[in-house]
Design a protein around this ligand. Structure first.
Ligand code: PXL
Length: 278
C-alpha cells in the first residue's frame, strides 16, 4: 500500500484529534486511534470522553468524564496546537454528544470531522445510552464531514436493516439526509463473498470500496482504525473518496496483522509496518 508522506525529523507533523473513549485492554477506542495516528506519521491529540473497564472478553463498566473536562480538552488543543482533522468515537451519552457538538460548532473552524457513531462493543456491550440515539441524529451527524456506521449502527440510527445492495443504498441516503456531507455504510459481513464492499454517498454519487475480506477472529478496533486512518488522510488534504479508500486499505493491512490477546477477541494491528521493517 502507498503511505502518506512523513514530515522530516524535527518538523511539526500534522495534528489529528480523537474525541472518544479509553479501552483499558488497549485494543479499540483512543488507544487504537493513537496507534494509527503514530504509525501514519501524524501527531495525535486526545479528548477523553469516557473510560471503559474492559478486557478482550467484554466491557464491564464505563465512566463518563465531566462535560467541561471533555470540551476543555477540545478547546485548549485546537486553540494552541491546532488540528487539521478530528474523529469521534465512543461518546456515551446525549449530554456528551450535545456538549461536543456545541463546542465543535463554537470553534467556527472548517476542520474535517469523521464521526464513527459507536453504539456497542463487538461483544455487544453498550457504549452509548439508547436515549442518546436522537442526539446522534440531530446533533452529531449535522457537524460531520463523514459518518462511518457499521450495519448494527445503521439499523439503530435509521431503522433500515441492510441485507443487500438496494437496502445499503437506502441506508446511505437515509444517513446522508441527517446532515453529514458524506455517509459511508460499511458492508462488513453483508455479502457472502471474499469482498466486503463499503458504500460512500455524498447526496449525488455512490462510490463502492471493495477490499479483500480478512476473516480473523481478531478485529477489535477495526472501525476505530478505519475512521482514524481516514481522518488522517483528510488532514493531508485528500478528497473524501480517496481518504476512505486509504482508510480501507490501512485497516485491511491492520486486519492481516491482527493478533490474539487474552481469552476473547484480539485487536487489529497498526504496527505491521514496524514488524516488516525489522
Ligand atoms: O470499537 C468501538 C469502540 C470504541 N471505543 C471504545 C471501545 C470500543 C469497542 O469496544 O471500547 C472505548
Amino acid at each position: 500500500m502507498t503511505f502518506l508522506p512523513l514530515p522530516p525529523p524535527g518538523q511539526t507533523p500534522l495534528r489529528v484529534m480523537t474525541i472518544a473513549g479509553s479501552d483499558s485492554g488497549g485494543g479499540a477506542g483512543i488507544q487504537a486511534d493513537m496507534r494509527t495516528f503514530a504509525m501514519l506519521g501524524v501527531h495525535g491529540c486526545v479528548a477523553v470522553a469516557a473510560v471503559t473497564v474492559q478486557n478482550s472478553v467484554g466491557v464491564k463498566a464505563f465512566h463518563e468524564l465531566p462535560l467541561d473536562i471533555i470540551t476543555g480538552q477540545i478547546q485548549v488543543v485546537v486553540e494552541d496546537i491546532g488540528v487539521q482533522a478530528a474523529k469521534t468515537g465512543m461518546l456515551a451519552s446525549a449530554e456528551i454528544i450535545g456538549a461536543v457538538a456545541d463546542t465543535w460548532r463554537g470553534l467556527g473552524a472548517d476542520i474535517p470531522l469523521v464521526v464513527d457513531p459507536v453504539c456497542a462493543s463487538m461483544h455487544g456491550d453498550p457504549l452509548l445510552h439508547p436515549s442518546a440515539l436522537d442526539s446522534v441524529r440531530t446533533e452529531l451527524f449535522p457537524i460531520a464531514t463523514l459518518v462511518t456506521p457499521n450495519l448494527d449502527e445503521v439499523r439503530l440510527i435509521t431503522g433500515i436493516d441492510v441485507v443487500d445492495e438496494a437496502t445499503q443504498r437506502d441506508a446511505a441516503k437515509a444517513l446522508h439526509a441527517l446532515g453529514p456531507a458524506w455517509a459511508l455504510v460499511k458492508g462488513g459481513h453483508l455479502r457472502s463473498s471474499e469482498r466486503s464492499p463499503d458504500l460512500l454517498y455524498d447526496g449525488t454519487d455512490f462510490y463502492e470500496f471493495g477490499e479483500a475480506r480478512i476473516d480473523t477472529g481478531h478485529d477489535h478496533g477495526a472501525g476505530d482504525t478505519l475512521a482514524a486512518a481516514t481522518a488522517t488522510a483528510l488532514a493531508h488534504g485528500y478528497p473524501v473518496p480517496d481518504a476512505v479508500a486509504f482508510g480501507k486499505r490501512w485497516v485491511t493491512e491492520c486486519l492481516r496483522a491482527a493478533y490474539p490477546l487474552g481469552h476473547g477477541h484480539g485487536p487489529v494491528n497498526p504496527l505491521f509496518r514496524l514488524s516488516r521493517d525489522a
